[in-house]
Design a protein around this ligand. Structure first.
Ligand SMILES: Cc1cc2nc3c(=O)[nH]c(=O)nc-3n(C[C@H](O)[C@H](O)[C@H](O)COP(=O)(O)OP(=O)(O)OC[C@H]3O[C@@H](n4cnc5c(N)ncnc54)[C@H](O)[C@@H]3O)c2cc1C
Length: 445
């Protein structure tokens, strides 16, 4: 391994959360602080969700809620020059916005005296010791006093990728790269990621038909005007059953679901492990279909493809996937489904907390715990996942699913990142702060 470099704070990941962290740091800089961003292998800012795409793909959250700047809630809307806060803008715009804000925040942070480096490439190892975390990046070691883990969903797959036959990275950019996909395909999943995958594939004339399969065989509900979030009365949040009754009885389900979303992490954490498991059985399907909503234009395109017979939807449970150079066989409760190619579009699943990636590596090394349900990392309110006595690692986003429930959308990840970054800066050792202070004096001199 190459010689070590060191920093006070390492931000691992170069997507939305990393952009929020840099914007927050730009607004509250600590001159002399040494910060390294390990930005991944793609263009910094957009991540996979918002990488270059055609206008076919729209955001599934309204423009007015998509700001990356914690201090300017309308930042995205004004950057996009969009008068309507309720519009669903192309995801491509949002990728450009994040790339602009990422590089702009880097410039501001540096001008304020923070020593910032952005390293391209993936972190392949994260080892935590009492004195610091050692991150392996492209064969070199980086030591950090504190780490902010912003790596997004690190997926666990049903089978390894086979070019032209089996796609384990369902994002549109990855699908577009595999030009050999042709004939009749199966997309596993009917959520937002699966909807994107179907539309990307159906745009190709060489794809004859897609069958989308999932346990309930239903698309998410579409967005529509609603009366605004209606925060539920506390008695409705007592248990999964009372919550289910509340949602079923609500005059405007969108307003009711949005109201529950705003109190979801606290409610979830207040439930026992037994109730959390019960909620998984009673509510997961309903919640996923009603909370994650499609832009109405996107649902209309899916329905048009179904009416034309190029898109089928089936209710099937997948038990195994066999991907071979001559095709895929997907085993389901109702028999085997052969296809020319298949796509795993289940997105981040509950069991993924045990999967691959840096977060799972921390658990395997005993440096972090799984959440009580065994889903994602357990952490405190600031996202701290390492125990006292080890260098602080704070995690935000998808890998906190088990603890927080609502942890993948922009509004939630933005709020988590602000708290985690502030706590990381606050917690830097007095020595680190003194060093930063003396570097600041040196810079001023
Ligand atoms: C297809 C799709 C559409 C979506 N649409 C919306 C939407 O419209 N509205 C909404 O609110 N949310 C949407 N989301 C949710 C989305 O996950 C969040 O908006 C947001 O991107 C989460 O930010 P993040 O930083 O946690 O993850 P990401 O933005 O995904 O960033 C993770 C970054 O970490 C990098 N990385 C991963 N592993 C490593 C490693 N080992 N070393 C270094 N870097 C690493 C990745 O390359 C990436 O740059 C969508 C998600 C998907 C997948």
């Amino acid at each position: 391994m190459e010689p070590r470099s060191s920093c006070d704070l390492a931000i691992v990941g170069g997507g939305f959360a990393a952009t929020v962290a840099l914007l927050r740091l730009a607004a509250r800089p600590v001159p002399g602080l040494r910060v390294v961003v390990v930005a991944g292998s793609e263009r910094p800012g957009p991540g996979m969700a918002y990488a270059a795409l055609g206008d076919l793909f729209l955001l599934n959250v309204r423009a007015g809620r998509m700001s990356a700047d914690p201090d300017r809630p309308d930042d995205f809307q004004s950057w996009a020059g969009c008068a309507d806060p309720d519009a669903f803008l192309p995801r491509r715009f949002y990728g450009d916005y994040l790339a602009t804000r990422f590089s702009g925040a880097c410039g501001q942070v540096r001008s304020a005296g923070v020593e910032l480096s952005v390293l391209p490439g993936l972190a392949t190892g994260l080892e935590v010791t009492p004195t610091g975390a050692v991150i392996t990046v492209e064969g070199a070691a980086l030591t950090a006093a504190s780490v902010l883990l912003c790596t997004g969903p690190e997926l666990k797959h049903a089978a390894a990728a086979v070019p032209g036959r089996w796609v384990d990275r369902p994002w549109p950019v990855a699908l577009e790269q595999d030009r050999a996909l042709a004939g009749a395909g199966v997309v596993i999943g009917t959520g937002l990621t699966a909807a994107d995958a179907c539309l990307t594939l159906l745009d190709r004339p060489e794809v004859s038909r897609i069958t989308a399969i999932s346990a309930d065989g239903l698309w998410p509900q579409p967005h529509a005007a609603c009366t605004g979030p209606v925060v539920p009365p506390s008695h409705a949040l007592r248990s999964p059953l009372t919550l289910l009754r509340h949602l079923r009885g609500a005059p405007d389900w969108r307003a009711a679901v949005d109201g529950v979303r705003s109190v979801a992490p606290a409610t979830w954490q207040g439930w026992s492990a037994v109730d959390q498991r019960r909620a998984g059985r009673l509510l997961a399907g309903i919640w996923n279909r009603h909370r994650h909503r499609l832009a109405p234009e996107v649902l209309a395109r899916l329905e048009a493809a179904e009416a034309a017979g190029r898109l089928l939807r089936r209710r099937l449970l997948v038990s195994a996937v066999h991907a071979r150079p001559d095709g895929v066989r997907i085993e389901t409760g109702a028999g085997c489904l052969p296809a020319d190619f298949g796509v795993d579009a289940r997105g981040f699943r509950l069991e993924d907390g045990r999967g691959a990636g840096l977060a799972a590596g921390l658990v395997q090394a005993g440096a972090a715990r799984l959440s009580p349900l065994g889903i994602g990392l357990a952490g405190d309110a600031s996202g701290l996942v390492t125990p006292r006595g080890l260098a602080p690692v704070r995690a935000v986003g998808a890998c906190r699913l088990g603890d927080l429930l609502e942890t993948t959308g922009v509004p939630e990840v933005r709020a988590q990142t602000v708290v985690a970054l502030d706590a990381a800066l606050e917690g830097l050792s007095p020595t680190g702060k003194q060093e930063a202070g003396s570097r600041r004096q040196h810079l001023a001199g």
